[in-house]
Design a protein around this ligand. Structure first.
Ligand SMILES: NC(=O)c1ccc[n+]([C@@H]2O[C@H](COP(=O)([O-])OP(=O)(O)OC[C@H]3O[C@@H](n4cnc5c(N)ncnc54)[C@H](O)[C@@H]3O)[C@@H](O)[C@H]2O)c1
Length: 411
């Protein structure tokens, strides 16, 4: 049984409609509703009557100072405490700063009306949007942070069928593992962006360089993807909250700050690349392919597209946007502007354009018909924020091609 406080979302999911784009999710939810394994409510009381274990999955967005905003967590804790009707295990599934289990415990104790027992555990979630179902059911590992035998028994039972390694630890460590993982992934991306920059400056070949370092089994190739940087609802906010956790504990966090600042500069570097060919963007028509922060999702939270499009508008360009899924989310997130047009057809979006910028590596874009693209464009210039084309092939097709890791005077 799921409790959801947003009435629009509740009404959608209760009738089997999923308000976000996530492969396979709608089918799974509908099957589960039909087989009566899944139900929804807006009342915490219903859940408390129904279940002994409650997973807390509410948002923990970035607060104004960069730290995680725990107001949704607090509000759930108060709601549960005020309605508690017997022993419950509360499981933090949301990504929360180390020590949140103590804060939860204190809030619960403050608002509890009777002396009812409860436990708190932390089982962080590692699924990736766009691959959520597969990741959820086949995780690399499950982290189980518990502090009582009862919690351990309940979670052993729930995770019995998961065949991956299970790492039992205390809640504080489990809370920290999630940030340590996302911090490391962000570091790999920023490191690869730093490598792309040195390749650009020296004429070294970024693809061979990645192959060369990636074949070292201690390094590997995963997540060494130079480009326009990481976005989405997790990495940017988690790096920011992790920086704050170090600050709160007076531990040096220079490395994480640099990871963050390299990433923040990537969307600006797209504009710099564009302007190295078109100095004045005023009245130019620029196509942007890819609004989602990554393929297979319609999520635009912290997507590089937000920054790139707003910079283009600031420079008085007209922007033609295309995304296979994320156009509606982008329209909600971005102030309406008469200089932005949206297209369903990727080829129509480039008609009469002076440049094409690629920000998401959607499969549709990987198989672009370059001839058709070139015929439609006013000026055959591609600024590729995800490095989806082979430079030699695309240049052979008559395009001027700029991508991260390619030496500037080659671009
Ligand atoms: N999105 C991901 O890929 C992902 C992956 C791993 C971990 N996480 C973590 O999971 C958490 C949730 O992320 P998300 O992207 O799903 O957030 P989200 O904001 O999209 O969804 C949270 C949902 O909780 C609902 N909600 C808020 N307060 C409520 C309350 N008191 N009662 C009932 N429902 C309530 C909201 O209406 C919303 O539908 C975050 O901590 C995030 O860091 C997310």
């Amino acid at each position: 049984m799921c409790v959801e406080s947003n009435q629009a979302i509740l009404s959608d999911v209760s009738s089997g409609k999923i308000p976000i784009f996530e492969p396979e999710l709608e089918t799974l939810v509908n099957q589960s509703i039909e087989s009566k394994k899944l139900q929804f409510t807006d009342q915490i009381k219903d859940v408390l009557e129904f279940a002994e274990v409650i997973f807390i999955c509410v948002g923990t967005p970035q607060g104004e100072t960069g730290k995680a905003d725990l107001s949704q967590i607090e509000s759930v804790a108060i709601d549960i405490a005020e309605n508690l009707n017997g022993y419950k295990l509360l499981v933090e599934k949301s990504t929360v700063p180390v020590g949140t289990h103590i804060r939860l415990k204190n809030t619960m104790s403050t608002y509890l009306k009777d002396n009812i027992g409860f436990d708190i555990a932390c089982v962080p979630e590692f699924l990736r949007e766009g691959n959520a179902i597969k990741d959820f059911f086949n995780p690399d590992r499950v982290i189980l942070g518990v502090e009582s035998e009862n919690s351990r028994q309940l979670l052993t039972d729930i995770y019995r069928k998961f065949e991956c390694p299970k790492i039992w630890t205390n809640p504080a460590t489990a809370e920290l593992i999630k940030y340590a993982s996302n911090g490391f992934l962000a570091m790999k991306i920023s490191y690869s962006n730093m490598l792309a920059d040195i390749c650009e400056a020296t004429g070294a070949d970024i693809d061979s360089l990645i192959e060369g370092i990636g074949q070292d089994s201690r390094i590997g190739k995963a997540f060494i993807n130079p480009g326009v940087g990481y976005g989405g609802s997790c990495l940017p906010k988690d790096v920011s909250a992790f920086i704050d956790i170090f600050d709160q504990n007076n531990v040096n966090n220079g490395l994480l700050k640099e990871v963050d600042s390299i990433n923040r500069l990537r969307p600006h570097r797209i504009i710099t690349k564009l302007k190295s060919s078109i100095q004045n963007l005023a009245n130019k028509r620029i196509a942007v392919w890819g609004l989602a922060f990554k393929p297979n999702t319609d999520d635009v939270r912290n997507a590089p597209s937000l920054e790139v499009v707003s910079k283009l508008i600031e420079e008085k360009a007209t922007v033609n946007c295309h995304d296979p899924q994320a156009t509606n989310q982008f329209k909600k997130a971005f102030n309406q502007n008469s200089n932005i047009n949206f297209y369903d057809d990727m080829y129509e979006s480039v008609r009469e354009c002076d440049a094409l910028i690629i920000l998401t590596e959607w499969p549709d874009y990987l198989s672009t018909k370059l001839g058709e693209l070139k015929d439609k464009m006013n000026n055959p210039l591609i600024v590729d924020g995800r490095g989806i084309f082979k430079p030699s092939e695309i240049q052979k097709s008559g395009f001027e091609y700029k991508a991260f890791g390619l030496k500037e005077n080659n671009n």
